[in-house]
Design a protein around this ligand. Sequence first.
Ligand code: GCO
Ligand code: MN
Ligand code: MN
Length: 403
Amino acid sequence: MVYDFHLKFEGEIFMADAYMAKKEDKFSFGLWTVGNIGRDPFGDPTRKPIPPTRIVKNLSRLGAWGINLHDNDLVPIDATPKGRNQIVRDFKKALEDHDMVVPMATTNTFTHPVFRDGGFTSNDPKVRAYGLQKIMRSIDLGAELGAKIYVFWGGREGAECNVAKDPVEAIKRYRDGINYLCRYVRDQKYGMKFALEAKPNEPRADMYFPTTGHYLAFIETLDDPKMVGVNPEVAHEHMAGLNFHHGVAQALESGKLFHIDLNDQRFGRYDQDFRFGSEDYKSAFLLVKLLEEKKYRGPKHFDAHAFRTEDEKGVWHFAEGCMRTYNILKEKVRCFQKDPEIQGILAEIAGQNPEFEKHLGKYSRKKAQALKRIRFDIDGMAKKGLGFERLDQLLTELMLGIR
Ligand code: GCO
Ligand code: MN
Ligand code: MN
């Protein structure tokens, strides 16, 4: 259904139709995402910072549900305790006034030069101690704002000079840090869970935990693995040349998808952080299909930013676009589920040779003996085409809007 009215604010027209975000969609942004000032390694900022309270107001008007932050997105690193409290009070009021929540918080352990060779993994115990102190204070701030998920993105936990640090020690230090902070959160009774976010490179040449899969393995070695999950990001897995929806499937299947960072990214490029679904529609469709069909109920967080060409209006169009594209793809998933021809092919794929199911599953000696006696006509089995070309083209036509 398309409504014939538009949402107007900040002098601009936004689209208020069936795809417009609603609170129950659980869409969130980071203060640092819409607040991105368009600086890059080659050029100065193209936009002025937007005050956090205005970000809260405008995102809420666009239908977003949550706003996430690093400690220093809200409170400058050199704020006095009095200054900090005032900022936090104003921010909380804006959250209340505009019916917004803070589902996730995180710490900036990458901007200040003290972290130039890592926080958790630094060779210097003094830096590691400061890092822990900063994170504990930041966790306190997150708890005060009601965050139930705490994200760790080790932006500087990596290396350029790979002989300067023992990578095994780096992993052990990271583990010690996460174990320490799990105990801190339990001690404070904050009821938070941790979500670890992998990235292969940028800003470091190589990061110690380059993919979501690396973190899934690492989590099992922690003192309290139940408290810790992952926060996969589209761009990060694409930078590593991986299939994002397969990585997310593994996280979901193991009960570890605590949070997700949605954006877009071309393979083989720098860290682009594009608007969700703007580059690779098919991957974005597969991801939305997975999240919806497997009933992921956590926050859907857009960790992206507007092109550097934009002024503030462009920023709000960017935010609107992320959420609309998610909802449009969700509608496409419903069309896919209702399409008789597509569903017919899928039913045929799923219905082959059901009599062989009994040979699979749990092992028993009897089953193994029976299976070893069967003669398989493998050439005959390999003859029949699988019909995936037709299925894939139907998906393409559905995506392109002619089905
Ligand atoms: C990046 C990361 C960050 C993290 C953020 C939350 O590439 O810069 O994705 O945006 O998600 O620091 O921990
Ligand atoms: Mn990122
Ligand atoms: Mn991210």
